[in-house]
Design a protein around this ligand. Structure first.
Ligand code: TPP
Ligand code: MG
Length: 365
C-alpha cells in the first residue's frame, strides 16, 4: 500500500481493558466514563429485550445493536443538540444517546409511524432510521449543504455499515462532501459482515476509510470496540467539520455479534469459532475491566446498574404497549410531503378491504 494511504488507527484499550498508551486528558473524568459505561449497559439490555419482544411477536422485526454499543454511545454523546443525525437501521445505541425514547424505538420496529416522530425537541430534526442501504449518505449531504449555505456551526453525522460503502450512493455522497467541503462526518460501522457477505470480499481496498482520500478529505480508522478511542477521534472529527475544515470519514472496526436482523440466522454463514473470538473483543467488558482496574467499578455497582437499567427498559415496554395500535392506513400517510393523486385509489381500496375484513371477523368468518 502506498504510504499516502496508510491512515491513522486509534486504540487505547486492549480487549482486556489494559491501557496501551497515554489517554487524552478528558479520560481522567471518571464521571464521564461512568456515564458512557452506564449507557452502553442500558443499550445492551434494551437490545436484548427488543429481540425477545420480536421472538414473542410483539414487534415486527429488529436489527440488533449487540457489539456496536461503544460506537453509538460515543457518537451520540458528542453530538450537540443542534447537530443532525442521519442514521441507519443498526443505530439503536446512537439514537438512545441522542434522546430518542426506548418506546419510540419499539414503536418503529412495531411498524408504527409514531416511532419516528421523536418527542424530545433535541432529536426532532434527526432523521428516521434509513433501511435502503446508503441512501442516507446523500440525504446527509443535503442537510450539510443547507447548514453550510446558512453559515451555521452545525454538523451532520451519518452512519452506515461496511457493505453500504460499496454502494454508488455512498461514493457519490463522499464526492459531493469533498467537492463542497461540507460539514458532515461519515461514520462507517465496519462490523465485518453485510448480511452473509464478509468484508474481505466486499471491497478490494485494505481500508474503507481510504475512500475519503479519493474524495479529497480526511479518513481514518478507529477500534470501534474501544469507546475511549471512538470518543477521542469523533470529538476531533466533529470539531473539524464544525470549524468549516471539511468532512471526515471515521471507519470504526467492530463485529456484528448478533444476527443481521431477527429474520436472519447467522450460524448458516459464519463459524462459531469466529463469533467466539469476536466476543473476546466486545466493548462493554473492556471498559468495565478498565474502570475496575482504576478502582471505580465493582460487582455491587454493576448489579445496581443492571437493576436500574432493567427497570427503565420495563417502563419503556409498558409505555409501548399502552400506546395501542395505529390505524393501518397510516402506512400511506408519511411517505410523501405532497400526496400523489395516483395513490388515492389504493388508499380507498385498502380502507374498503380493511373494513370488509373487520366485518368478516365480526361475523366469525
Ligand atoms: C438498496 C438496498 N439494497 C439491499 C438491501 C438489503 N440489505 C439490507 S441490510 C444489507 C446489508 C448491509 O450491510 P452493512 O452495510 O454492512 O450494514 P450492517 O447490516 O452490517 O450493519 C442489505 C444488502 C437494502 N436494504 N437496500
Ligand atoms: Mg456490516
Amino acid at each position: 500500500m502506498p504510504d499516502s494511504l496508510k491512515l491513522p488507527y486509534t486504540r487505547y484499550l486492549d480487549p482486556d481493558g489494559h491501557l496501551l498508551g497515554t489517554l487524552p486528558a478528558w479520560a481522567d473524568d471518571f464521571e464521564l466514563l461512568g456515564r458512557l459505561y452506564r449507557q452502553m449497559v442500558l443499550t445492551r439490555l434494551f437490545d436484548q429485550k427488543a429481540v425477545a419482544m420480536q421472538r414473542t411477536g410483539r414487534i415486527g422485526t429488529y436489527a440488533p445493536t449487540l457489539g456496536q454499543e461503544a460506537m453509538g454511545v460515543a457518537i451520540g454523546s458528542l453530538m450537540q443538540p443542534e447537530d443532525v443525525l442521519v442514521p441507519y437501521y443498526r443505530d439503536t445505541a446512537v439514537q438512545l444517546m441522542r434522546g430518542v425514547k426506548m418506546e419510540e424505538i419499539l414503536l418503529y420496529w412495531g411498524g408504527d409511524e409514531r416511532g419516528s416522530a421523536y418527542a424530545d425537541p433535541v432529536v426532532a430534526q434527526d432523521f428516521p432510521l434509513c433501511v435502503p442501504i446508503a441512501t442516507q449518505a446523500l440525504h446527509a449531504c443535503g442537510v450539510a449543504t443547507a447548514m453550510k449555505i446558512r453559515g451555521e456551526h452545525r454538523v451532520t453525522v451519518t452512519t452506515c455499515g461496511d457493505g453500504a460503502t460499496s454502494k454508488g450512493d455512498f461514493l457519490e455522497a463522499l464526492n459531493v462532501a469533498g467537492a463542497w467541503q461540507l460539514p458532515v462526518v461519515f461514520v462507517v460501522n465496519n462490523n465485518q459482515w453485510a448480511i452473509s457477505v464478509p468484508r474481505r470480499i466486499q471491497c478490494g481496498a485494505p481500508t474503507l476509510a481510504q475512500k475519503a482520500i479519493g474524495a479529497g478529505f480526511h479518513g481514518e480508522q478507529v477500534d470501534g470496540n474501544d469507546v475511549l478511542a471512538v470518543y477521542e477521534r469523533m470529538q476531533l472529527a466533529l470539531e473539524r467539520a464544525r470549524q468549516g475544515k471539511g468532512p471526515v470519514l471515521l471507519e470504526c472496526l467492530s463485529y456484528r455479534l448478533g444476527d443481521h436482523t431477527t429474520a436472519d440466522d447467522a450460524t448458516r454463514y459464519r463459524s462459531a469459532e469466529e463469533v467466539k473470538q469476536a466476543w473476546q473483543e466486545e466493548p462493554i467488558k473492556r471498559l468495565q475491566a478498565y474502570l475496575a482496574a482504576q478502582g471505580v467499578w465493582d460487582e455491587r455497582r454493576e448489579q445496581a446498574l443492571i437493576a436500574e437499567c432493567q427497570a427503565l427498559v420495563q417502563q419503556a415496554v409498558e409505555a409501548f404497549e399502552a400506546a395501542g395500535n395505529q390505524a393501518p392506513e397510516t402506512v400511506f400517510d408519511y411517505v410523501y410531503a405532497q400526496w400523489p393523486a395516483v395513490l388515492a385509489e389504493q388508499r380507498e381500496l385498502f380502507l374498503e378491504r380493511a373494513a370488509r375484513s373487520q366485518g368478516g371477523n365480526q361475523d366469525g368468518q
